[in-house]
Design a protein around this ligand. Structure first.
Ligand SMILES: [Mg+2]
Length: 173
């Protein structure tokens, strides 16, 4: 069950204490897109996300988007935020992300993945051995395949809660 447990858990990307990430030695943040940075109804980055990314760049973080969505959608956000991206990433599979990590020359201890999906983002990050940061999903609406995963996630979260490994809504860092 440990593969589902994130290292940190916050309500959303705005609630994360990024200075704390710096003191943990993190330098490279890999963000999920759908329901982490944007609602699925949004087709471009909103002003709050643009501002957040500016602030994170100012703090000297390297930033990237890794999304299971297709190129057209992911590219629109990445271009606007001026960051590299991986589309069609197939998380929780880790191959595409690991290629990028090797190419980036950052150490695993310096990298975190931030996303709203325990089954995709957290499992993928734990598989690679990087820091995993779970957020709650931004919105209730999901793409159809994600909705099915979310049902499975709810069952896993119940098991995690019963075993005192993770409780939804109890944030920690
Ligand atoms: Mg997501």
């Amino acid at each position: 069950m440990e593969k589902y447990v994130p290292d940190l858990y916050q309500k959303d990307v705005f609630s994360i204490n990024y200075d704390n990430l710096i003191s943990r030695g993190l330098k490279f943040l890999i963000f999920d897109l759908d329901n982490t940075l944007a609602l699925i109804s949004e087709k471009k980055a909103n002003s709050k996300i643009i501002e957040l990314f500016q602030e994170l760049k100012y703090k000297k973080f390297k930033l990237m988007i890794a999304s299971n969505s297709l190129n057209k959608r992911v590219k629109a956000f990445a271009d606007e935020l001026n960051v590299n991206y991986i589309c069609n990433c197939k998380k929780p599979k880790s191959k595409k992300l690991e290629e990028q990590i090797l190419y980036s020359k950052f150490k695993l201890a310096e990298i975190a993945i931030i996303g709203d999906s325990m089954l995709d983002d957290v499992v993928c990050g734990n598989k690679i051995g990087i820091t995993t940061i779970l957020t709650d999903p931004l919105g209730k609406k999901e793409f159809p395949f994600a909705f099915i995963k979310r049902q499975k996630e709810k069952r896993i979260q119940k098991k995690l809660r019963d075993n005192n490994l993770f409780t939804k809504g109890r944030y920690y860092e």
